[in-house]
Design a binder for this molecule. Sequence first.
Ligand SMILES: Cc1cc2nc3c(=O)[nH]c(=O)nc-3n(C[C@H](O)[C@H](O)[C@H](O)COP(=O)(O)OP(=O)(O)OC[C@H]3O[C@@H](n4cnc5c(N)ncnc54)[C@H](O)[C@@H]3O)c2cc1C
Length: 382
Amino acid sequence: MNTYDVCIVGAGVVGCAIARELMGRCRPAPIRLLVLEQHARPGEETSGRNSGVLHSGIHEAPFSLKARLAHEGCRSAAAYALERGIPLLRTGMLIVVSKEDIRRGLWREVAMLRRLWVNAWRTNTRVRFMTPSAVREWEPQVRASCGLAIPDVSVIDSQAFVQSLRTDAEVTGVEFAFDHRVLAVEEAGGSYLVSTDHQTIRVACLINAAGLYADEIASLALRHHKYTIRPLRGEYYEVMTSEKACRVGRPVYPALPPGATGKGIHLSPRPNGRLYIGPNEVAVQDKANYTSNKTPPSLFAEAVQQFLPALDERDLSWAYSGIRPRVETTSRSKSDFIVSVDREDPLLVDLIGIESPGLSAAMALARHVCDLPSLQKRFPSG
Ligand SMILES: Cc1cc2nc3c(=O)[nH]c(=O)nc-3n(C[C@H](O)[C@H](O)[C@H](O)COP(=O)(O)OP(=O)(O)OC[C@H]3O[C@@H](n4cnc5c(N)ncnc54)[C@H](O)[C@@H]3O)c2cc1C
């Protein structure tokens, strides 16, 4: 049986970033680190099915892990993308209050801009209040009564990002086993025996970065049910027309009332020049249900027509969906990332509910995990 110091379950952006960071820190005295992934490639689940926006963290509850790690991680990811030549759209983003909102007296959307402004001020994030003409200067086709610009936000090619983190990790000696689905975790003599459909390994430290299935991996390791993840699908349509009146160069989000759970259906341009609309929020039972009962395009067209009036539903074509690993909580406040040392010996670190802005936060999240005293004690930085 093969023995490893560390096993990470999941080669999404988070698992790959942790593998890269941990091996990088242990370089003078390399450890044996294995990443187990059920698919043939990294980033096949949520990490490759998102909007690719490197969020600044100002949408998140102040002082939450989401806010702090996105704030730090988005800068790391953008700098990393520039260094490695990963496609990056460096345009900033817009959040707009539509004229229709104001006509309907939706002052709460304006209050949301104010809340974002305060969060930006607190975290030293550059933002600019946008008058209707300033919005038109940035995005000539967009109609808005006001807005907020966040100039340092960029959009990354998320698949290329994950692939690059994986390559970096491999270069430093991390092993990856693809097409290996973790089926069982047993505790035996101060180690875990982790069994996949192909092999069983012995490991002293297990890091659970299994995304949508992280609740199930935690249950296997803990022998009791501690977390519940409810899958929440987000769908995208692609804008197929090259008509100028329907094109934008940067992400354009609607201002939502405080308390809204997502960031709203937005115009989502990508570094490869394609333009998408999404994501919505649809509760699904099955964590792999990406396509059944698709939401019709009319709902997406309606959502953005208030600020991009030229768009017609006939311009839209189904593109893809991603599924958020939403944690079930009893509190009414927005759920935060959970990074929890759930057992010391053998060490178990669970990462639960890594939904948006997990892509933005990944590199900072990796540092946060490697800084945990339990990990530092076992794997001191060289
Ligand atoms: C619609 C949508 C839009 C989003 N937009 C953004 C955005 O613009 N900006 C942003 O910052 N974030 C965004 N996010 C969030 C971001 O995509 C996630 O936070 C991030 O990808 C989570 O990465 P992860 O590595 O934790 O999970 P995943 O990418 O899900 O990786 C987990 C991996 O574990 C593997 N795995 C699971 N179970 C097992 C098992 N038993 N054995 C072996 N392997 C297993 C899976 O196959 C998977 O590859 C969005 C998410 C969604 C759904």
